[in-house]
Design a protein around this ligand. Structure first.
Ligand code: G3H
Ligand code: 13P
Ligand code: ZN
Length: 322
């Protein structure tokens, strides 16, 4: 089937108490690892490209990679989504070039400017059959070259969500309830440590999520910064020459809880990076004589597939939904 929008996916996910994984793509091995996992588990998928991904791979290659994935897995419903579109121009470019969903991220701008830009994108995208995600509130962490310090992040204000959605006409809303971008989501002083010395982060603000859902019944909510930073992969990286100190993510049981409720899209990028890197580092350590990318990237790609299968089955609950 051709690329689809997320409209039908989100409706089923909301009613069915599960979420769709939105996985970031940057190259062929990442697309293959994710789509092979989703095909095996019969899960709908959102594949998303950031500005950095479009610059690295060239947006044309990304669109064509998805065409390849759809040719191999014609039964898979796949959305091609722009992640963190900085302004109308970037969103328009993606609408005009084959994306079926775009995010306008004006969350760092004042409320009225966020409304105006998000509305402009929604009007243009809808005229072209493309759906739109916007964001209210600010996450901590790193996305592209923008770093938001932990102290500068702000939770979504539930008092603003109804007005925002009504005035912009967007199709889904990303909110800030304590998730954060990257593999270092919380400062050690924000966490406690368990008996193995692993950092345990502060819980997500489910009270805010519930209040948002009460104001927007049936409306799809999105969680960014939702990698769980699996410690087994951090350990492999560190045991094979890496130096990721105090990497910490969002506990998966909390993501599962969010997926059962109004959260219909859960964004995961850092976990895939960790999986790919762990596979490659271990491979080089164990086979110093290898220099064929097909050898070490096979291990990285396999880790991506394993991680996505685990997310679909145990976190998102989106298996057997196509
Ligand atoms: O939200 C950020 C995503 O992880 C994309 O990261 O901008 O480095 O491609 P990137
Ligand atoms: P992570 O860094 O937690 O994977 O978040 C990815 C994301 O939100 C992409 O928009
Ligand atoms: Zn994000």
């Amino acid at each position: 089937m051709p690329l689809v929008t997320s409209t039908e996916m989100f409706k089923k996910a909301y009613d069915g108490g599960y979420a769709i994984g939105a996985f970031n793509i940057n190259n062929m091995e990442i697309v293959q690892g994710i789509t092979d996992a989703a095909a095996e588990l019969k899960s709908p998928l959102i594949l998303q490209a950031s500005a950095g991904a479009r610059k690295y791979a060239n947006s044309v290659y990304l669109v064509k990679l998805l065409e390849g994935a759809l040719a191999v897995h014609p039964e898979l419903p796949i959305v091609l989504h722009l992640d963190h579109g900085a302004d109308f121009a970037v969103c328009k470019d993606c609408v005009d070039n084959g994306f079926t969903s775009v995010m306008i991220d004006y969350s760092g701008h004042p409320f009225e400017e966020n409304i105006a830009e998000s509305k402009r994108v929604a009007e243009y995208a809808h005229e072209h059959g493309v759906v739109v995600e916007a964001e209210l509130g600010t996450l901590a962490g790193i996305e592209d070259d923008v770093k938001v310090a932990h102290g500068m992040a702000s939770y979504t204000d539930p008092d603003q969500v109804e007005e925002f959605v009504k005035r912009t006409g967007v199709d889904s809303l990303a909110i800030a309830i304590g998730t954060s971008h990257g593999a270092f989501k919380f400062k050690p002083e924000q966490c406690t440590r368990n008996e193995q010395g692993i950092l345990c982060p502060p819980p997500l603000r489910f009270d805010i999520l519930e209040e948002v859902a009460r104001r927007l019944p049936g409306f799809p909510i999105v969680l960014h910064g939702a990698s769980s930073v699996p410690q087994e992969y951090v350990k492999i990286i560190n045991e094979h020459g890496g130096a990721l100190k105090d990497a910490v993510g969002v506990p998966e049981d909390q993501l599962r809880q969010a997926a059962r409720g109004p959260v219909c899209k859960i964004n995961i990028d850092s976990d895939l990076r960790l999986g790919l890197t762990a596979g490659v580092r271990k491979h080089f350590d164990e086979h110093p004589e290898h220099f064929d990318p097909r050898q070490y990237l096979t291990d990285g790609r396999q880790n991506i597939k394993d991680i996505v299968m685990h997310k679909i089955k145990d976190v998102l609950g989106s298996d057997n939904k196509i």
